[in-house]
Design a protein around this ligand. Structure first.
Ligand code: ADP
Ligand code: MG
Length: 346
């Protein structure tokens, strides 16, 4: 649906976007994640044909943004960072105005009514936009993007400045629209992207440094996939007991950090969830599990780690960690193989 190849954008001498490549299929909901100034709005403005590009090719549904801007604009509904609202108009007047501007062909009243129902603003259609709350204004912004039924929605920081309740409402609206639209959504907030997107493109200093599912990204970057268990027990006994729990790869005692208890770092085998089994083993032994914590990084931490680095360093981290994980897996297999051999010998 959207193909971007070798895209660069210069503002004067400043290179804001550098050699960006990605493609988005029909129906995908993709998040652009990056700190302020990363280049998210610049890329979005180029996709929508509102900003020229310095180098590269961008096509939407096969139409080139430079050669066929009208065909591209017809397919895209755009909600810019600051929605282009005319606040002295009523909601209905404004949407009628947008309808005319976009030269939409659907039956006018029915189409506008349908859009207003979809974003739930029909009950405020007679109100002046300037008298609406920020959350409602944002919905009017969504409505203007939806006029003309575009296949693609480009939403630039759609929840900025909203309160938590409004954020949830807008998030639900995006999830609803995601069922029959291709959506690109930008944010500098992780949870935002995680909540609605199955794919995240991390943009930093004008470059793409990662493009993956939220889960894969945290898995790649969290070399530490261990759990920490705090157990009231004796050290030797519990060490032996934990090592034989199904799915556990290794256990190390971290010492005693709370009187009467020991902390154990438990590393599970690839993809194994050993929490329930650890709990059961501890209680079988008549011991008390005080806490069980997951040491893997949240996506928030992954994002911070990546964007704190130079892009080359961030890529190295992503690349290397993949290697590190592969190596660890290989070692696992080797260990398993040697264990089997020993058993046979016994
Ligand atoms: P984001 O949306 O990720 O916050 P932007 O795309 O708005 O980032 O900006 C990327 C970089 O380009 C920033 O350093 C910004 O200052 C710069 N920039 C954006 N627009 C202009 C412009 N019109 N002229 C010069 N520099 C700009
Ligand atoms: Mg921006």
């Amino acid at each position: 649906m959207i193909e971007v190849t070798g895209l660069s954008k210069r503002y004067g001498t400043y290179l804001a976007v550098e050699n960006v490549n990605f493609s988005i299929s029909k129906g995908e909901v993709v998040g652009f994640l990056g700190p302020n100034g990363a280049g998210k709005s610049t890329i979005m403005n180029i996709l929508t044909g509102y900003l020229s590009l310095t180098q590269g090719t961008v096509t939407v549904d096969g139409f080139n943004v430079i050669d066929n801007p009208e065909d591209v604009k017809k397919r895209i509904g755009y909600l810019p960072e600051i929605p282009p609202l005319y606040i002295d108009m009523t909601v209905k007047e404004y949407l009628n105005f947008i309808y005319d501007l976009k030269k939409v062909k659907f039956p006018k009243t029915a189409h506008i009514d349908e859009v207003m129902r979809l974003v739930q603003i029909d009950h405020v259609k007679g109100r002046l936009i300037k008298n609406l709350s920020k959350g409602y204004r944002q919905r009017v912004g969504f409505a203007q993007a939806l006029i003309g039924n575009p296949d693609v929605l480009i939403l630039d920081e759609p929840t900025v400045g909203l309160d938590p309740k409004q954020i949830i409402e807008i998030r639900n609206l995006i999830a609803k629209l995601g069922k029959n639209h291709t959506i690109i959504l930008s944010s500098h907030i992780l949870s935002e992207i995680q909540a609605v997107c199955k794919r995240v493109i991390i943009i930093n200093k004008g470059e793409i440094i990662a493009d993956d599912t939220p889960e894969a990204l945290s898995a790649k970057l969290s070399s530490d996939r261990s759990l920490t268990a705090r157990i009231v027990c004796s050290e030797e006994e519990m060490l032996a007991a934990l090592k034989t729990v199904k799915g556990v790869k290794s256990v190390v005692c971290l010492g005693s950090k709370e009187k009467g208890s020991y902390d154990f770092a438990i590393t599970p085998m690839e993809n194994a969830d050993v929490r329930a089994a650890v709990f059961e083993r501890v209680s079988e032994r008549g011991r008390t599990l005080l806490s069980l914590a997951d040491n893997s990084l949240s996506l928030e931490q992954v994002f911070l780690r990546l964007t704190e680095q130079d892009n080359s360093e961030a890529r190295r981290m992503l690349g290397n960690l993949e290697e590190v994980l592969e190596e660890a897996e290989q070692n696992d297999l080797d260990e398993d193989a040697s264990e089997t051999k020993e058993e046979v010998e016994e």
